[in-house]
Write a protein that binds this ligand. Structure first.
Ligand SMILES: [Zn+2]
Length: 320
């Protein structure tokens, strides 16, 4: 795309040819009537393939990224906030950085930095590596960013050689007041990459819901719900022909299932020419001259992999 090279930087209409893709029923919330259980089934469907295939990471890394996308979509949709909810994993493994985030309106994106040779070496000994084996020793942070002039709320958990589901469960076990149950799915189907998440929370019966159950009956209801939830298979979750409402019905129809209003998920990169030119303006003249090739500075968005091109003389740079 070269036609926009001379556009002024503030014209964001020249923004990427990234897909304008919305999956209307990406998140389906539910609760179990008279039981202290609520949850969400997340299935970004074709959006998963669109997000993952814009990156050239190895498949094992894309699979982990797909799980991370489903997880942040599930967690973002359970919070009341304006801004973005993000997961950031940093470790000493073949994948040194994994970032996935979801805005309050369901806009999703991710970025993974991996050493392909190290990933290949790991796959030779471990064909199906866990998140912990890919990421190595390090930390995973969950944070809510509500924009400038607000505090970033962050929780951090150590990575422990487990699945991303286990890490998320561990995080919630230590940071939240209530029990959580998390399962993540991602795989390549005949339709392309698909991902999913089933997340449930045990809500305190004192938390405002009307229930006639005793504490013990509430514990039993939670136990039953999590036992039923474990029967959900990857094959079901990743199959677009099955609706989320149908999958939930299969699991919980005898448990007072009430399905809420679905929420949309969308392709959500927030990069723009304006933002990147703003970034370029912070560089010194020397740096800018160094970055320019035949008078053009090219920058790649690490989230959507879109290339932006700027004429060197469009950018003033920082005068020392
Ligand atoms: Zn982007």
């Amino acid at each position: 795309m070269t036609s926009n090279i001379s556009s002024p930087a503030f014209l964001d209409s020249s923004r990427p040819d990234t897909p304008d893709l919305v999956v209307p029923q990406g998140v389906v919330p539910f609760y179990l009537d008279q039981r202290p259980v609520r949850g969400r089934l997340v299935r970004p469907s074709v959006l998963t393939d669109t997000l993952l295939t814009r990156h050239d990471n190895p498949d094992a890394v894309l699979q982990l990224a797909g799980e991370a996308l489903a997880l942040v979509a599930a967690l973002a949709s359970s919070l009341k906030f304006h801004g973005s909810f993000s997961l950031q994993a940093k470790g000493d493994g073949p994948v040194s950085l994994l970032v996935a985030d979801c805005t309050d309106s369901g806009a999703l994106r991710f970025h993974a930095r991996s050493d392909d040779e190290q990933v290949a070496a790991l796959l030779r000994t471990t064909p199906n590596p866990t998140a912990g084996e890919l990421l190595g020793k390090g930390y995973i942070a969950f944070s809510v960013d509500q924009g400038p002039d607000t505090d970033i709320h962050q929780g951090i958990v150590e990575m422990t050689g487990e699945s991303l589901s286990d890490m998320a469960t561990h995080y919630f076990a230590t940071s939240e007041q209530h029990a959580c149950w998390v399962r993540l799915f991602c795989g390549k189907t005949e339709q392309g990459w698909r991902a999913g998440a089933l997340v449930m929370e045990k809500i305190a019966t004192a938390g405002g819901i009307e229930t006639t159950l005793s504490a013990e009956q509430g514990d039993d209801a939670w136990e039953t719900a999590t036992t039923l939830a474990t029967t959900l298979s990857a094959r079901e979750v990743l199959d677009d022909r099955l609706s989320s409402a149908d999958l939930l019905y299969r699991l919980f129809h005898a448990e007072g299932l009430i399905v809420g209003q679905p929420r949309a998920l969308a392709f959500g990169c927030r990069c723009s020419r304006a933002r990147l030119s703003g970034l370029l303006e912070t560089f010194s003249l020397d740096d800018l001259d160094h970055m320019a090739k035949e008078g053009t500075i090219s920058m790649n968005c690490s989230f959507c992999n879109h290339s932006f091109h700027f004429q060197r003389d469009e950018i003033s740079g920082k005068v020392a």
